[in-house]
Structures are given as structure tokens and as C-alpha cells.
Design a protein around this ligand. Structure first.
Ligand code: 8YV
Length: 320
């Protein structure tokens, strides 16, 4: 019987379904990544791996995995996987697109609203008992409606954010590898060069995946190009931004605030300078974290494994 290793405790019904056909082992922790030596040992014995972003699938692992046929990543991003090396080793890589699009777009929008309207500051203020009188500018933030949103990385999630932004009467600019005429037609989004977008946007939202091209794409020069009133948002991957430059831009007033779901190093340490800034709203990489969507991601990853191990076409294969 083909062997499957799942690197985190996931939904029981998804595991049970896989167990009908395969010999399944699970790293029995919800919040602790599987240690590297355990992962390597399991990879050496199994035919399929159901992985998370915190698992590195690299040449070392692929070399140690003679029976491996499929790596099903429970994420749309796959920067934790050396896809080229996997392809060379004859291992299929799959991800979980589509099922998380709306949930991640909701979170991006929530971060934008939270940063603009100072929601986490306000929540802390009231819980801390600081609300003793009314004042006209108490926690006054900025409007989102009718402002300009610049989206960097206009894939499916970017387009779902544009749809939401159109409902807020926002002016939408975008920068991405190839023009998205559908979004231009449907939401009035305008394609711009990166510097044009940065100069004009009130909200700059990064949704780009992490690749060699996008690593460090937003650095000191790009923050200088933004308005001093701009709010920077990152729901893509931390290393797309030069975090030191972001801190500097926030401290010097080059930009007004930030909303962050992703960081250069995850988990971020509690004493990280970004976390003590009042004008930063930070959440721990929860873009796709709704119960419904996490279930859909688990199920899609498991369905991809089932397809490959029964010689069917995987549902959502990653290819270079
Ligand atoms: C997940 C993500 O939150 O899908 C991705 O690429 O970054 C998120 O949806 C998460 O990292 C699941 O592994």
C-alpha cells in the first residue's frame, strides 16, 4: 500500500478519507513544524507528502526520497519547494489555488481597513480603559472609499481584492507581469509601471509571490516614491519587502502606516521593532485562515495526492 506522510495534524475526515486507500502517517501537532530529521526519514519511505509552507522540500529531501511521487503543498504559494529539482526527480508538485482566493482577499481588505481606521489601536485603547471623554479627533484615521489602491501582483487574489475595492468606489491601479484585461474591464483597474503606481497610490498592496525576481522588490527607493500619507500592505510574502527599509520608512515618516500579514522571518519575534509601532497593524500570516477555507485547502491537497497515487491527473499541478 502506498504511503502518505502529512506534516501537520489536519482535519480528521480528510485523513480518514486518505486512509481508505493509503497507509497514512501524520505529524501529530497543529502548531509545531515537523523536525527536519523526521521529515527526511518519512520522505525516504513514502510515496506522497502533504506539506505546509514551513516544510522545505529541496534537493536534499528529494535525493533522500526514492519512492516519492507527489508533494501536495497546502498553500497556493510554493516558495518552500524547489519545483525544478522536483520535476527533475520526477516528483509532481501541487498547490491549493482558487479555494483560498476570496478568503485571502477578505483579509487583505480587512488589513487595509484596519490600518486606515486604526482598528487595532482603537481596540487596545478601549480595552485598556483609556476612553474617558469624547474628542473630535479621537483615533481619527483615513478614509478608504474613493481613494487610490495600487495592487502589486494581480493574480486571482489581486483581482478579488480589486472587486472589493470597486465596491468601495476606489480608483484601482495595478502592476504585474502581464496585463489583466478582465480586471481592467470589470473594475476599471489601470495597468501602471511600478514607480507610477507607487507615486499615485494611497494604499500599496503587495500580493506578489516570492521568486528570484520579486525578492526585495520593495526597498528604500520604492518607499521614497510613495506618498508620505501612503499605507503599505503586504499579504504576499515577507521577503518581497526589504523589512529594514520598511521600518526606516515608517520611522522617518516617509510613509504613514502599514498592515502586514507576512514577514521576512516567520514567526516574527515578539520584540521585533514593527510590533511596537502604533501605525502598524500586524497579523500572523492568516490570509487564508478561515475554518471553511482551511478545510478546502486540506481536502484539495489530499485529493491531489489521491489523484497522483491512483495514476490520475492531479487537480492543481504546479509547473514551471
Ligand atoms: C497560508 C499562504 O496561510 O497559500 C499560501 O501561499 O501563504 C497561505 O494561504 C499558509 O501559509 C498555509 O500553509
Amino acid at each position: 500500500m502506498a504511503k502518505v506522510f502529512i506534516t501537520r495534524k489536519i482535519d480528521e475526515t480528510v485523513i480518514r478519507e486518505l486512509k481508505k486507500n493509503f497507509d497514512v502517517e501524520v505529524w501529530d501537532s497543529e502548531d509545531e513544524a515537523v523536525p527536519r530529521d523526521v521529515l527526511l526519514k518519512q520522505a525516504g519511505e513514502c510515496h506522497a507528502l502533504l506539506t505546509m509552507l514551513s516544510d522545505q522540500v529541496d534537493e536534499e529531501l528529494l535525493t533522500a526520497a526514492p519512492h516519492l511521487k507527489v508533494v501536495a503543498n497546502m498553500a497556493v504559494g510554493y516558495d518552500n519547494i524547489d519545483v525544478e529539482a522536483a520535476e527533475k526527480a520526477g516528483v509532481i508538485v501541487t498547490n491549493t489555488p482558487d479555494v483560498l482566493t476570496d478568503t485571502t482577499a477578505d483579509l487583505a481588505f480587512a488589513l487595509m481597513l484596519a490600518a486606515a481606521r486604526r482598528i487595532s489601536e482603537a481596540a487596545y485603547y478601549i480595552k485598556n480603559g483609556d476612553w474617558t471623554s469624547w474628542s473630535p479627533y479621537l483615533l481619527a484615521g483615513r478614509d478608504v472609499h474613493h481613494k487610490t489602491l495600487g495592487i502589486i501582483g494581480m493574480g486571482k487574489i489581486g483581482q478579488a481584492v480589486a472587486k472589493r475595492a470597486a465596491g468601495f468606489d476606489m480608483n484601482i491601479l495595478y502592476h504585474t507581469r502581464s496585463r489583466k484585461l478582465e480586471a481592467e474591464e470589470a473594475y476599471g483597474a489601470q495597468y501602471k509601471s511600478l514607480s507610477d503606481l507607487l507615486e499615485k497610490a494611497d494604499f500599496v498592496l503587495v500580493l506578489a509571490p516570492l521568486t528570484e525576481e520579486t525578492r526585495g522588490m520593495i526597498g528604500a527607493e520604492q518607499f521614497r516614491q510613495m506618498k508620505n500619507s501612503a499605507i503599505f500592505l503586504n499579504v504576499g510574502r515577507g521577503p518581497v519587502t526589504d523589512e529594514a527599509a520598511l521600518i526606516e520608512a515608517l520611522q522617518s515618516g516617509e510613509i504613514a502606516g502599514a498592515g502586514l500579514d507576512v514577514f521576512e522571518q516567520e514567526p516574527i519575534s515578539a520584540d521585533h521593532p514593527l510590533l511596537s509601532m502604533k501605525n502598524v497593524v500586524a497579523v500572523p500570516h492568516i490570509g487564508s485562515a478561515s475554518t471553511e477555507t482551511r478545510f478546502a485547502m486540506m481536502k484539495l491537497a489530499a485529493d491531489n495526492i489521491k489523484a497522483v497515487l491512483t495514476d490520475e491527473r492531479p487537480l492543481t499541478r504546479v509547473s514551471l
